[in-house]
Design a protein around this ligand. Structure first.
Ligand SMILES: C[S@@+](CC[C@H](N)C(=O)[O-])C[C@H]1O[C@@H](n2cnc3c(N)ncnc32)[C@H](O)[C@@H]1O
Length: 483
């Protein structure tokens, strides 16, 4: 069989249950900055070493096809694809015409067969998963209209090099919309249906003579000719990915239709954080059994909800001073509980409480919290840069009061780095900065700071004293550590 025939057979005809176990490479997009965290998760859950791509926000790892279902359980990954071919140092020609013609020729030479088998197997895995969830695989189409760009763009915005994304132009079929899941059926008519596809090119680097649009269009045209598939930008069965980062080029087939960060949240706010980023932040602070974990500026509750779902031996307290935010968190928690009950879970409610409070004056005992994890107002959509100069020092001080000296930790996300670093320097040694992860949140260059609460007693230095409340009564507040 020619590779074209094999590829077409893999995509349309051979039953996936007949598939022998093969080893393939999976590519995953992850929140930029959290590539190491994602690799750790892959090692922990799948037992293989992941390679971090030069292209920030991507990791690659090998798996055998019998473990394919496990990749959908990863919590750090946004999108998954199976690698068709990868080139570390692809020699792009200097002229646009030569490069594009080479890309066209490449389409027919690529080893598509295994990747297409995996794509097909993956549909069956997703179908089973959707069936277990009691919903159709197409029922969770995308984010609600009001979802904030912070969450939807976090991985597509340029960081270090200009990056562009483009999908191949293709004719839109007038044919009736067929359920792609039906491709796995043995129905002869379905097998015979021509697959619809699109090519998406993600390109980063300034030394290319072509645009992502050029590459997607010309490579896509050659793929179409080779497989005799139909191009369709919106209702496609197969998405072929052309990821180009400087001289690195990876060709893959998408295994996810929408980012896996879309979980947990049903009531969105103006700055809802993507669950994959929340997961990365939670892993950074390594929650332990019976830890008390506080998100004092919880917004829609994305961080504590992800914690309650994935690190459920700890207890989470979510608070915000805005009553709409508190309501959203309560609704999100209720929604997740309902979903679990519908799935037949007998586990009692999620380990999370929600409170309305002002972070600068928490109704929480001194030294009683193990971990504080929050996404601070950047001063753009929420608050203002000017207000941050007052808010950040008050925040860090109050967090230092409630956090256990010597063992407590804080993981804080902010884009207002200058203000944060200045406020931290004025904390009289209550916090020690252990690590900084640089992340991209909706195209904004932000930082996640991992802080350790030093052993210093709160209220012993002038810097700790609350301007707004007057001196803290250390006699009353500094009770010994109690749970
Ligand atoms: C960046 S948003 C948090 C978004 C959240 N991580 C989510 O996923 O929805 C910051 C939050 O801090 C809250 N906030 C600002 N000042 C506060 C204060 N003094 N006390 C408590 N919450 C505050 C805002 O109401 C806002 O919801």
């Amino acid at each position: 069989m020619s590779s074209q025939e094999e590829g077409a057979a893999a995509a349309g005809a051979s039953p996936c249950t007949d598939m022998e176990v093969i080893t393939i490479t999976i590519g995953a997009t992850v929140p930029t900055g959290f590539e190491h965290t994602a690799s750790e998760e892959v090692k922990e859950k799948i037992g293989v070493d992941a390679r971090i791509s030069k292209d920030r926000g991507r990791i690659y790892f090998p798996i055998t096809t019998d473990k394919l279902f496990q990749v959908h359980r990863l919590k750090s990954v946004d999108n998954l694809f199976v690698v068709v071919e990868e080139y570390d140092h692809y020699q792009f020609k200097e002229s646009k015409e030569e490069t594009l013609s080479e890309l066209q020729e490449l389409a027919s030479k690529l080893p598509w067969t295994n990747a297409l088998e995996v794509w097909k197997l993956n549909r069956a895995v997703k179908k089973r998963k959707a069936h277990r969830k009691g919903e159709s695989s197409s029922s969770s189409k995308g984010p609600p209209d009001h979802e904030d760009k912070d969450t939807t763009l976090a991985n597509t915005e340029p960081m270090e090099a200009p990056q562009e994304e483009s999908s191949a132009e293709g004719q839109t079929e007038g044919s009736p919309d067929t359920d792609p899941a039906a491709l796995n059926s043995d129905d002869a008519a379905t097998k015979a249906r021509t697959l619809k596809f699109r090519v998406t090119c993600n390109r980063a680097g300034d030394k290319h003579s072509f645009s992502s649009n050029d590459a997607a269009r010309d490579f896509g045209g050659a793929v179409q000719e080779f497989f005799q598939w139909k191009a369709d930008m919106t209702k496609f069965d197969i998405e072929v990915l052309l990821n180009i980062h400087n001289a690195e080029m990876v060709i893959g087939i998408a295994l996810t239709e929408e980012s896996l960060h879309r979980r947990n949240i049903s009531h969105f706010g103006p700055t809802t954080l993507r669950s994959t980023l929340c997961y990365g932040m939670l892993r950074l602070c390594n929650p332990q059994v019976s830890d008390v974990i506080l998100d004092p500026m919880c917004g829609t509750g994305a961080i504590p909800l992800e914690g309650a779902m994935e690190f459920n031996s700890s207890f989470y307290i979510a608070g915000d001073n805005n009553n709409m935010a508190v309501n959203r968190t309560v609704n999100n928690v209720c929604h997740m509980q309902k979903r679990r009950a519908e799935k037949g879970s007998t586990v009692p409610g999620l380990p999370i409480d929600t409170v309305q409070w002002d972070l600068c004056s928490l109704p929480v005992r001194t030294s009683s919290v193990d971990i504080i994890i929050t996404d601070m107002p950047f001063g753009k959509r929420i608050g203002s840069r000017k207000k941050n100069w007052d808010l950040y020092p008050s925040c860090l001080r109050e967090m230092a009061r409630v956090c256990r000296p010597g063992s407590g930790k804080a993981v804080l996300l902010t884009q207002d780095k200058k203000c944060f670093v200045k406020a931290l320097s004025r904390m009289g040694g209550l916090w020690k900065k252990l690590h900084t992860v640089w992340v991209n949140v909706g195209g904004l260059h932000a930082a996640v700071y991992l802080l350790k609460r030093t052993g210093a007693s709160f209220g012993q230095t002038p810097e700790d004293v609350y301007e707004s409340r007057g001196p803290v009564n250390t006699q009353m507040d500094n009770k010994p550590d109690e749970a």
